[in-house]
Design a protein around this ligand. Sequence first.
Ligand SMILES: NC(=O)c1ccc[n+]([C@@H]2O[C@H](COP(=O)([O-])OP(=O)(O)OC[C@H]3O[C@@H](n4cnc5c(N)ncnc54)[C@H](O)[C@@H]3O)[C@@H](O)[C@H]2O)c1
Length: 310
Amino acid sequence: MRIVVTGGAGFIGSHLCDRLLAEGHSVIAMDNLITGTADNIVHLVGRDDFLFIKHDVTNYIYIDGPVDAVLHFASPASPIDYMQLPIQTLKVGALGTHKALGLARAKGARFLLASTSEVYGDPLVHPQPETYWGNVNPIGPRGVYDEAKRFAEAMTMAYHRVHGVETRIARIFNTYGPRMRLDDGRVIPNFIGQALRGEPLTVYGDGSQTRSFCYVDDLVEGIVRLLHSDEVEPVNLGNPQEMSILELAHLINQMTGNEAGVIFKPLPKDDPRVRRPDISKARRVLDWEPKISLEEGLERTIEYFRAKVG
Ligand SMILES: NC(=O)c1ccc[n+]([C@@H]2O[C@H](COP(=O)([O-])OP(=O)(O)OC[C@H]3O[C@@H](n4cnc5c(N)ncnc54)[C@H](O)[C@@H]3O)[C@@H](O)[C@H]2O)c1
């Protein structure tokens, strides 16, 4: 297959490019590098089966020749990024999704949207099944990301219903691994960076809020299975192993030998209290579940960041 990955120089997008190339597909990564970096794909440059195009996907997308699939991963994804780039985030979720769908339609390609657990907002149902419609504050600071992705899902379903585009929607829960940015504000790189520098880990609130973390290789496996499945409606992809942020902090301190402990700061606005995917649908329709334990995934991620901090 000839596959376009928007956001291909980002954290997840670049791992997806690696995986698709390893399966023998030809890959076109399209990215404007607003939150991603060419470092993530530098090892692919020069291959015959890989092409990087620097392009802002909120503008018309032109690709020469056939395309079999469009995987739309372009979007700022960490809260620090999307709160600093609120308009770009709304634009890439709305205009960017429209343009990426337009490309899929023009080429008769399958389309997969990287949506997010944030469509559930601060959930009133726990864990969150795909049938839950969510609890999002549209005008809060996080609303730019949550609503952009909700709009993107609606646009994807409209292209499916009106134009018959074969569409897939992955609702991705917190994912981590090598190639995240140390300063992207997400909790795992934050904690690992602080731990490797011997600083106390910053816990927002009392640390009792929960998250569930999926290692990137597991997520990519789920994405590939979803792409090849017949499932049009959204599918949650994430790791259902839930833990409190304080537990995570202690684990990272223990794994890195950091003795500086933790410090507490006030919780940001609209921070979700709990987050855990219900992955029964992914188990049923994709025969997928995460395989990599948190300890193993953290080990690999700490190793990656050690070189960056060192
Ligand atoms: N990492 C997670 O935990 C997570 C969870 C849920 C959903 N997602 C989704 O997965 C996708 C990838 O997230 P990530 O964690 O790899 O983030 P990332 O910031 O590392 O990657 C996003 C990429 O999109 C690019 N991009 C942004 N706007 C663009 C535009 N207008 N045109 C072209 N490229 C653009 C960025 O430069 C970057 O390379 C995003 O759509 C995100 O919403 C990620």
